[in-house]
Write a protein that binds this ligand. Structure first.
Ligand code: H2U
Length: 354
């Protein structure tokens, strides 16, 4: 058979299936060689410190309330919440094309650290562990009432972060948002059909193949998913047990999470020598008053990092025409992305190098 007739994942266009979302991604590795004459942007780390930073300890926020002089994490209700705890529900519709349902919820902001100049990779493992523990507390509390507790960090102005101060948001809702709803369905269908936990089986196979693993410790693996959409997208998966929610993590898993988060984000920053922008967050089994520990065996708790950068600190991947109108497309293969991240230093941050 001629070479041109043999499939090579790093050379030939193909589509890959994402079983968590029942979606496909187009992989076009042959395009990596094309010259780039598109947009460049100033490096994303140039987000200037805000002199009126409302997240700072001791500062007065937009609503007139003063933040305490916090020394670790600090959580406050978002002064501009997208969800409200109370309010009238929309009327029942009798037509399938005009459906609306009530959306109740609450939104919080969580500061990771009082120092505005640090980020997760520059924080100590103990400081990150405090962040993980607060995420568990928040999910425990909000999960008693709400069906979905979404923790997410927007890092960098190109990801819409309002402020370089280290922080995340927590939105808890009475409904399952699309990502949660689709992952709930896909994992349930897989479990029913094959009698196996989709992500546990996936992780086991990835650990055998070793092609897409970026870094791991005794508790967690960071890998570029086979079906990744963003160039340097990664997923964190727990190796031991089968935690369904962040609230199921034991002490070793919490510390291991803090360690791998620090090491993965150090790699990210070292990839292009910039404060690597991303949106990251966690997905676990739905919560709410009718849910209990161990009730969702089809779920495996995991974290996602979705960074926009493509080939340098100033060139990002645009999810635009084809992606918006057809389906996600990527050039670099997930295996190539994993290799590049694997090669980056995970111990010394570029800012701490001479
Ligand atoms: P982002 O950087 O991801 O946008 O998060 C910051 C949040 O902080 C944002 O949702 C809130 C904004 O509504 N905020 C307050 O609640 N009070 C303020 O005084 C400023 C910002």
């Amino acid at each position: 058979m001629k070479k041109s007739q043999v499939f090579h994942a790093a050379e030939n266009p193909h589509i890959r299936y994402n079983p968590l979302k029942d979606e496909w991604v187009l992989v076009s590795p042959h395009r990596c060689l094309r010259p780039w004459s598109g947009q460049t942007e100033p490096p994303p780390e140039e987000q200037a410190p805000d002199p009126n930073n409302p997240l700072k300890a001791g500062t007065v926020r937009a609503n007139g309330q003063r933040n305490p002089n916090y020394t670790s994490t600090y959580v406050f209700p978002n002064d501009f919440p997208a969800l409200l705890e109370r309010g009238p529900a929309p009327p029942q519709s009798d037509h399938p094309l005009f459906q609306a349902e009530e959306a109740r919820g609450t939104c919080r902001v969580m500061c990771f650290h009082p120092n505005s100049t640090v980020s997760i990779p520059l924080m100590t493992e103990d400081e990150i562990l405090s962040v993980v523990e607060e995420w568990v507390n928040q999910t425990k509390e909000l999960g008693r009432k709400y069906s979905w507790v979404q923790i997410f960090e927007n890092k960098g102005s190109i990801m819409g972060s309002s402020n370089p101060h280290p922080h995340c948001q927590i939105w808890a809702s009475s409904f399952l948002p699309n990502e949660g709803r689709i992952k709930e369905r896909c994992q349930m269908e897989y479990y029913t059909k094959y009698g196996k936990v989709l992500l546990a089986e996936y992780l086991q196979m990835e650990m055998e193949k070793k092609e897409r693993i970026v870094i791991q410790n005794s508790e967690w693996v960071a890998l570029v998913p086979y079906w990744a959409e963003w160039p340097f997208e990664t997923m964190l998966l727990p190796i031991k047990g089968s935690p369904q929610r962040i609230t199921d993590l034991n002490d070793d898993q919490k510390r291991g999470l803090a360690v791998i988060m620090k090491q993965l984000t150090t790699k990210y920053d070292n990839l292009f020598n910039c404060s690597f922008p991303y949106s990251m967050g966690f997905h676990g089994a739905p919560t709410g008053p009718n849910k209990s520990v161990g009730d969702s065996p089809h779920w495996l708790f995991h974290a996602l990092y979705l960074p926009p950068l493509l080939r340098s600190a100033s060139v990002k991947k645009f999810m635009v025409g084809y992606e918006l109108l057809a389906q996600p497309q990527r050039d670099l293969t997930p295996e190539q992305a994993a290799e590049k991240l694997k090669d980056c230093d995970h111990l010394t941050h570029y800012k701490n190098k001479e």
